[in-house]
Design a protein around this ligand. Structure first.
Ligand code: ADP
Ligand code: MG
Length: 498
């Protein structure tokens, strides 16, 4: 007698996922929906401009105002960008996808429906890979679909009225939806950062989170390990990585508290308030059925020939994860370094220029990720605005590796380059007297003096006390005003002490 197993649609998903860190005995489940604004000059179904910040309603055409009889015409550039995204995440590009009407009422949506894709999206499947605490993770994508943005309601409190601005109406969006694969707020932020990196790298989105070009909705639920998925609440429009983490952490604590108090979670859409650090319910969640989706009769199915996909594939530049793998293979860098250096195209290009000119890849990586990043961060500058050029940094690295200067002295040289004191590494070393003592004769004399003046330490070293050795090295470095190479001092001391 055979027994029918109950069908669990999430069985496959649950099987492969690691259990995340438990919070008060609960497992956290997160899925993301991200709206990326595409970088086309004009809107998805009209020729109006997409530029940000214009006077209200100056960038809306008859289509965006929903004037009767105005028909949408697909913008090829938006489709091109969707194809590029699909290729970047190893997804399937549908040969045939369909635009649908998502019906709802809101003042900033004069048509009464949003044109989106429902049953057959243009990008299907794929995954986003990244490192979390040194461990490789992959978040699977369900889909990415093309849709139009809505307008904006502007609430003018001081006159007690609201206005509608349709400049944003019809702006092309690619909505990227994940499986509920993330298991902590840290993993969610790491995913969002990686996705942000991919879309800006391939240039389909400018990534400006303040202006709303990259908006994340986080679906969050909790469950006891092994239980079926819990009811989720969706935190809308997270527009900074910091808020993302705070909002999810708050939401998780709130849900656990509710459950522990004997309440059940209601599916809802919530907003995060950065001032209070709390999420609060905006509305109970609609189901897809409420939107009465149906294929838009104004738009034919979107047909993408294989030749278009293959041409796009051939023309795309090296992707960040491919480049990172190359950095590991060609330069022998650790995977962590390679990931950091491929945060942006500009960073990667800068690193490669330093590595090529200095022939010291690891040192180049250390300096780009270390001193240079620190300086750029503290002055909130992008690497393109670095006052130290790749060639100068390579020259500096050359002087470290040939033993001319110590690491400490190198930081002083970097400082002088950064502030523009001088453009020339050797001139700075000369002017500041930073050269390490390379004359062994001179150094030996100094060391002899140190040994003579520190008889007690010498005794202790001979008796096997390592600390006393350090004290001697310190004395010698002091006597040379820090200009000796500590390794060389150590070596000479050992030789002299037998
Ligand atoms: P809708 O389109 O109605 O928002 P979907 O089923 O497409 O619903 O899911 C939207 C997002 O919510 C997806 O990213 C999905 O991974 C995520 N999600 C679904 N169920 C859960 C759950 N129980 N907990 C957390 N996230 C979930
Ligand atoms: Mg949703």
């Amino acid at each position: 007698m055979s027994q029918t197993q109950p069908i669990n649609p999430f069985a496959e998903m649950q099987a492969g996922r690691p259990t995340g860190p438990l919070v008060q005995g609960y497992e956290v489940i997160i899925g993301f929906e991200t709206h990326t604004q595409l970088t086309t000059q004009s809107k998805i179904f009209s020729r109006a401009s997409t530029a940000f910040g214009a006077e209200p309603n100056t960038q809306a055409s008859a289509v965006d105002f929903a004037l009767p009889g105005a028909l949408p015409v697909m913008n090829k550039g938006a489709v091109q960008r969707a194809i590029e995204f699909g290729l970047a995440v190893n997804a399937h590009i549908a040969e045939h996808s369909v635009f649908a009407r998502k019906n709802y009422f809101y003042p900033d949506l004069p048509k009464g429906y949003q044109i989106s894709q429902f049953e057959i999206p243009v990008v299907q499947g794929g995954s986003v890979e990244f490192f979390l605490d040194g461990e490789k993770r992959a978040v699977r994508l369900v889909r990415a679909h093309l849709e139009e943005d809505a307008g904006k309601s502007l609430h003018e409190d001081f006159i007690g009225m609201s206005g509608i601005d349709l400049n944003r109406a019809g702006t092309p969006l690619l909505e990227i939806v994940t499986e509920p694969d993330m298991r902590s707020s840290a993993e969610a932020v790491a995913y969002a950062k990686e996705l942000h990196k991919i879309v800006t790298w391939i240039g389909i989105c400018d990534g400006n989170m303040q202006e709303g070009s990259f908006r994340c909705d986080a679906n969050v639920s909790v469950r006891k390990p092994g239980e079926p998925l819990g009811t989720r609440r969706e935190i809308k429009n997270l527009n900074s990585f910091k808020f993302m983490q705070q909002a999810i952490d708050f939401e998780v604590r709130w849900q656990i508290e509710q459950i522990e108090d004997g309440h059940t979670i209601q599916q809802a859409t919530v907003l995060f308030d950065p001032d209070t650090g709390e999420t609060r319910s905006m509305r109970t969640k609609e189901d897809a059925a409420d939107y009465r989706y149906f294929p838009d009769p104004d738009l034919p199915p979107l047909v993408i020939g294989r030749d278009w996909v293959e041409k796009t594939r051939a023309e795309m530049s090296e992707l960040p994860r491919v480049m990172a793998a190359r950095f590991v293979a060609d330069y022998g860098l650790p995977e962590y370094d390679a990931g950091q250096l491929t945060q942006s195209k500009a960073t990667a290009a800068y690193f490669e220029a330093v590595a090529a000119a200095s022939k010291q890849a690891k040192l180049a990586s250390n300096w780009v990720m270390g001193e240079l990043s620190r300086r750029l961060n503290s002055e909130e500058k992008p690497i393109e605005a670095s006052t130290v050029s790749a060639i100068q940094l390579a020259a500096l690295i050359g002087r470290i590796s040939d033993g001319t200067i110590s690491n400490n002295a190198a930081r002083q040289v970097f400082d002088a380059l950064w502030t523009g004191e001088s453009q020339d590494v050797d001139a700075i070393i000369e002017a500041k007297g930073l050269k390490q003592m390379s004359d062994t004769g001179e150094l030996e004399k100094i060391i002899d003096d140190v040994l003579a003046a520190n008889a007690k330490n010498v005794e202790e070293v001979r008796a096997g006390n390592a600390k006393a050795m350090n004290a001697l090295v310190g004395q010698a470095m002091k006597a040379t005003k820090g200009k000796a190479n500590p390794a060389q001092v150590n070596e000479l001391l050992k030789k002299k002490l037998g």
